[in-house]
Design a protein around this ligand. Structure first.
Ligand code: ADP
Ligand code: MG
Length: 255
C-alpha cells in the first residue's frame, strides 16, 4: 500500500463571498503524479495556494506526512520548504543571476553554505540543459528557459511534493515541450507532484491519476486512460468535449 503524503480533508475556502473550494477530500500518495483539470475559475490555483498555506482556509485540514499545514503554525516555514511551487509567471528576481536566484533560498532559509548550494544548482541546471546559463540574468533568457530555472529553484529546496500551476500557459508553443520534458523527467524520478495544466496530451502522459474540479468540488477522479477515453460523469464528458474540434471538412463531405 503506497504511503499517503498529502492529505486534504473537507477543505472549504472562500474569498469573502461564496465557497471557491467547497469540501475537497483528496489524498496524494508518495511518488504519485496527480493532474488537476477543470474550467477557468473552478478553483485549481486556489487549491494549490491553500496547500502551500498561501491562503487562509475556512474549514478542513491539509497535512503533509501527517503534519497539519496551518498558517498559524510555528512550523510553517519548515513545512513550506517541503512543498515546492512553480507558477505560470516564473517569479524570478530580475536583479539576480540565474545562479543567485536558485541559491538564495537554500542559503537564507536552509543556511546551506554557498559552495554546496552552488554545486547543487549547477548539477540541477545541467539536468535541465541550462548549465551554461548560470551567470545570465532572467532578461537574457527565453520564457522556456526562465521556467526551467524556476523549476530548479524549487528542486534545490528538496521538497517532498511539487505543485505546478499552468507552468506552460504563458509560453510560446515552441517552448512548451522543453518545460514539459523536464516535468516528465521528474515524474520518471518518482517525484510526488500536483500538476494543473491545459495540455491534455501531456496530462495523459504524465498523470497517474486525473482529478476534474468544477465549482469548487471534485466531480471525477480516475486514471488518465479511463478519464480521457471513458469519462463517467456528464460533467467530465462536457469538459472533454469543449477541448476537441470536430473535423469540419470531413463532416461537410459526409453530409
Ligand atoms: P482557476 O485556477 O481554476 O482558474 P482560481 O483558483 O484562480 O481558479 O479562482 C477560483 C475562483 O476564486 C474564481 O472565481 C476567482 O475569481 C476567485 N478568486 C481567486 N483569487 C481570488 C482573490 N484573491 N480574491 C477574490 N477572489 C478570488
Ligand atoms: Mg489558475
Amino acid at each position: 500500500m503506497p504511503k499517503a503524503l498529502l492529505t486534504i480533508e473537507s477543505l472549504v475556502k472562500n474569498y469573502g463571498g461564496g465557497a471557491v473550494l467547497n469540501g475537497i477530500d483528496l489524498t496524494v500518495y508518495e511518488g504519485e503524479v496527480l493532474v488537476i483539470l477543470g474550467p477557468s475559475g473552478c478553483g485549481k490555483s486556489t487549491l494549490l495556494r491553500c496547500i502551500n498555506a498561501l491562503e487562509p482556509i475556512q474549514a478542513g485540514t491539509i497535512s503533509l506526512n501527517g503534519e497539519p499545514i496551518r498558517r498559524d503554525s510555528k512550523d510553517l516555514p519548515r513545512l513550506r520548504q517541503k512543498v515546492g511551487m512553480v507558477f505560470q509567471s516564473y517569479e524570478l528576481f530580475p536583479h539576480l543571476s540565474v545562479l543567485d536566484n536558485i541559491t538564495l533560498s537554500p542559503r537564507k532559509a536552509q543556511r546551506r553554505p554557498r559552495q554546496e548550494a552552488e554545486a547543487e544548482a549547477l548539477a540541477l541546471l545541467d539536468r535541465v540543459g541550462l548549465k551554461d546559463r548560470a551567470g545570465d540574468y532572467p532578461r537574457q533568457l527565453s520564457g522556456g528557459q526562465k521556467q526551467r530555472v524556476a523549476i530548479v529553484r524549487a528542486l534545490i529546496m528538496h521538497p517532498e511534493v511539487l505543485l505546478f500551476d499552468e507552468v506552460t500557459a504563458a509560453l510560446d508553443p515552441e517552448m512548451v515541450r522543453e518545460v514539459l520534458d523536464v516535468i516528465l523527467d521528474l515524474a520518471r524520478q518518482g517525484r510526488t507532484m500536483l500538476i494543473v495544466t491545459h495540455e491534455m496530451q501531456f496530462a495523459r502522459a504524465v498523470a497517474d491519476r486525473v482529478v476534474l474540479l468544477d465549482e469548487g468540488r471534485i466531480v471525477e477522479e480516475a486514471p488518465p486512460e479511463e478519464f480521457f477515453d471513458h469519462p463517467k460523469t456528464e460533467r467530465a464528458q462536457r469538459f472533454l468535449n469543449t477541448l476537441t474540434f470536430e473535423t469540419v471538412k470531413k463532416k461537410a463531405k459526409n453530409q
